[in-house]
Design a protein around this ligand. Sequence first.
Ligand code: THU
Length: 160
Amino acid sequence: MKELKIESIFQVYNDVSELSNVVAQLFDKAIEARTKAYAPYSKFKVGAAILLDNGEIITGNNQENVSYPSGLCAERTAIYYAGAKYPDSKILTMAITAASDNHKTKNPIPPCGACRQAIAEYEVKQNTAIEIYFMGEVGNIMKSHSLANLLPLLFDKTSL
Ligand code: THU
């Protein structure tokens, strides 16, 4: 038996003013998308904005359903639309923000496991890292330099 240690490293920014203009603009779009989320059941609104290598920015938000599992997270709404509209473009960066109607989210809210798996598909497909920034409504912002950094031992096509 031996142990395998896998490290993940994240950058933590105090607020949006510490980000580059490009990423700050991406967060503006993610916040705008968040306010349009359809989340009547959880009251938890999430917005995601994706920057592509062709300069386009694609946004998405969570879309809930009375049959709860039929809803979809913001990150997947955005990334599937990006894949549908610009199948040949690479995804450079994703910015995510989450806010609750019930309390102010102050800590960075990371993408759920299912969204990590969905984003992994595109990172493996394009063979370049997707930077992921995430925050709550206010407060710190965390950055992962890649999806793989967020999902150690990811299941990809090499496993098939
Ligand atoms: N949600 C997202 O949009 N992204 C995540 O990564 C986590 C959760 C949504 C799903 C649901 O509409 C609400 O947040 C509460 O789970």
